[in-house]
Design a protein around this ligand. Structure first.
Ligand code: HEM
Length: 494
């Protein structure tokens, strides 16, 4: 009798897991109880192939189960445009995870917030960055200072093997810190930078343990596994970051001239807006806690992605020496000296821009992308999807779509060059995602990539180290981080 009862319960449970809970979602791969569809993604890191295979099998709208949570995946550019762009408001929210409130101290920041808080602070950050970039060209000025500082570092070891990503890392950290807090990590601030770098490295490795992965997708199982929990790791990693941001904010507050209209960095612009709002009686929207969370989001999102992409571009070029020859030929014809290249030169360098585009496509640094969620009941591909359902713009599948990018795993910048030798606009190049949540730092990132890469290859001939070309393997999940790269640099203009 007991055995029959167990069998009956088991059958009911399997019926629920394998059929009933899935019946109102777009068809997709069969999820396993507790872990959902994570196994194929983990098996073939960083997961591109699992998503491509499901797109071929189920089409460009299917359901992927993150543990026990359904997530509707949109995996073609056409459908992403119909949903995330043309019906953007319906897809603008983000899935809320309880641990976010815990480490942020509430519902703060821009990456994880929704509604009025999110839209106000996204708009404010964008307009502040736009003022720096367009009105005064402050952004380019700051980046070019870092280009020259990076040159000084590289020049110390000309002709011998040296590590490239570390220099790009410091340069990217200086750019984002200049924009947020108005200063760079010069010789007197190296200890500070070292500590922040250690925290970033901790973050990149600590969250890759089995326990964290399982806890994220199947919390009920994950919590029993040995090791540190997501909550413990987040507390450990974020506490010192927030200390750093709060210290900078307090220093700014003590020096600020609230009567001057001009602001030289984001923190100053924010504090002035806070002052204005408070004098109107609003103490909530521009709170101090929100400012430290904004700094957290901008600092981390801005540094990790840019540094990783700069490293990948170098890795792809080192693996393709003929590409570097073409870059040098174009630079010699269009620039012809070692003067600093600026954004005014961008249109003269279509091949270099094509190399950056192709590197971003191949680097494909967000294999899963962020999980959005629907703000109301809606219909996707004829299927009703309830308010609050997870939805992902699966950009990595679009970047590897062989109909748009034939032989998608081959690095071929020429696919972005048209018959007249001009840069081709390819809409499916979406490394910054699409729609209302599209990357907030896209303008900054594009400027950084162009100024660093054009000036780097204009100044140096870059050859591989004795270890050979850098590995292009991606072994981590969710963030396709680049490897260590050693190379030999020689000046091209002497
Ligand atoms: C090559 C560099 C970069 C790449 C490839 C990249 C890519 C992305 C992607 C894929 C998203 C998620 C979009 C979505 O939810 O659908 C995103 C969001 C975001 N990025 Fe970037 N990013 C880069 C650089 C930057 C920089 C330099 C900053 C900082 C200034 C930044 C700040 C942000 C923020 C704050 C968000 C969240 C936006 C929101 O939820 O409204 N990113 N980025």
């Amino acid at each position: 009798m007991i055995l029959l009862l167990i069998l009956f319960s088991l059958s009911l449970w399997l019926f629920y897991e394998l059929y009933w809970k899935r019946r109102n979602y777009p068809a997709g791969p069969m999820p396993l109880p507790f872990i959902g569809n994570m196994l194929p993604v983990i098996k073939e890191k960083p997961g591109y192939e699992a998503f491509r295979k499901w797109t071929k099998e189920f089409g460009d709208v299917y359901t992927f189960w993150l543990g026990s949570k359904p997530c509707v995946v949109i995996s073609s550019y056409k459908r992403m445009k119909e949903t995330f762009v043309l019906d953007g408001d319906t897809y603008a929210d983000k899935i809320h995870q309880p641990f976010q409130d815990q480490f942020r101290g509430g519902n703060y920041g821009v990456i994880d917030t929704n509604g009025h808080v999110w839209s106000t602070h996204r708009r404010f950050a964008l307009s502040t960055f736009r003022d720096f970039g367009l009105g005064k060209d402050l952004m380019q000025e700051k980046i070019l200072i870092e280009v020259e500082e990076a040159f000084k570092k590289f020049d110390e070891k000309l002709g011998v093997e040296q590590e490239i990503p570390g220099v790009f890392y410091n340069a990217s950290a200086n750019v984002i810190n200049q924009l947020i807090f108005g200063y760079r990590f010069d010789a007197s601030k190296q200890e500070e930078l070292k500590k922040l770098k250690a925290l970033m490295e901790f973050q990149e490795t600590a969250f890759t343990t089995l326990k964290v992965h399982v806890q994220f997708f199947a919390p009920s199982i994950g919590k029993w596994l040995p090791g540190k929990s997501v909550e413990e790791l987040l507390a450990e990693f974020t506490v010192d970051f927030y200390k750093f941001f709060d210290k900078q904010i307090e220093e700014h507050r003590s020096k600020i001239d609230f009567d001057s209209e001009e602001s030289v960095d984001y923190a100053e612009a924010y504090l002035k807006e806070q002052y204005k709002k408070e004098s109107e009686g609003d103490y909530e929207l521009f709170s101090s806690k929100q400012l430290s969370n904004m700094c957290f989001d901008l600092w981390l999102a801005g540094l990790f992605t840019t540094h990783t992409t700069l490293t990948w571009i170098t890795a792809y070029v080192l693996n393709n020496p003929e590409v570097q020859k073409k870059i040098h030929k174009e630079l010699d014809e269009a620039i012809g000296s070692d003067r600093l290249i600026t954004t005014a030169d961008k249109s003269k360098l279509p091949y270099l821009n094509a190399v950056i585009n192709e590197s971003q496509r191949c680097a494909n640094i967000t294999p899963f992308n962020q999980i959005h969620c629907t703000t109301k009941d809606t219909v996707i591909n004829g299927i009703t999807v309830k308010k609050g359902t997870g939805v992902v713009p699966q950009i990595s599948t679009v970047l590897l779509n062989e109909k748009v990018f034939p032989d998608p795993y081959t690095f071929n910048p020429d696919r972005f060059i048209d018959g007249n030798g001009k840069l081709k606009k390819v809409e499916e190049l979406v490394p910054f995602s699409v729609g209302k949540r599209q990357c907030l730092g896209e303008g900054l990132a594009k400027m950084e990539m162009f100024l660093f890469i054009s000036n780097f290859f204009n100044r140096y001939e870059v050859t591989q180290s004795s270890a050979g070309p850098p590995s292009l393997l991606k072994e981590t999940m969710f963030n396709a981080t680049a490897r260590k790269i050693d190379a030999i640099l020689r000046k091209r203009h002497v």
